[in-house]
Design a binder for this molecule. Structure first.
Ligand code: MG
Length: 166
């Protein structure tokens, strides 16, 4: 019996990374001049990692850590656009496409505002989704906790997919 459910899937992604001294800070597919960088096995792009997990979660696929383990030398310093591309291949293979996504970056410093449109353009290009279907905003930690003390950076993402009828 055909499913009567609407052909929609929602996905949620979250990621965080510790921050270290000296820049640049890689986030959202761009490098920001800053006195800090995100520490990780790959290029540690917290926003692309959260988007990747949102896409994978929406189609019930294994998460980024399972697909690209941080103990695999192949993933050392790897460009996170590779992870995003794999997630995109998988959603398309299963007959889904992106309706829109909304992202929140959690960072005390540097100021993200001046860089959000460049990030949006970069993510738009990587996902082949128009910029007006991508939301990226930033919040500080108001001085509280690991975000507020600039010990860490994090991102949260929701994505909506719809089924492609062929
Ligand atoms: Mg990560």
């Amino acid at each position: 019996m055909a499913s009567s459910l609407p052909p929609l899937r929602i996905g949620l992604g979250y990621d965080s990374h510790q921050l270290g001294n000296h820049g640049p800070l890689r986030i959202g597919g761009i490098d920001i001049e800053a006195d800090m960088h995100a520490i990780g096995h790959s290029d540690a792009d917290v926003l692309l990692h959260a988007i990747t997990d949102a896409l994978l979660g929406a189609i019930s696929e294994p998460d980024i850590g399972q697909l690209f383990p941080d103990n695999d030398p192949k993933n050392r310093d790897r460009d996170s656009s590779d992870f995003l591309h794999e997630a995109l291949v998988r959603i398309r293979r299963h007959g889904w496409e992106i309706v829109n996504l909304d992202c929140v970056i959690l960072a005390e410093r540097p100021k993200m505002g001046p860089h959000l449109s460049a990030m949006k353009e970069a993510v738009s290009g990587l996902l082949d989704v128009p910029p007006d279907r991508i939301g990226i905003k930033a919040k500080t930690g108001e001085g509280l906790g690991s975000i507020g003390s600039s010990a860490a950076i994090a991102a949260r993402v929701v994505v909506l997919l719809h089924g492609v009828t062929s």
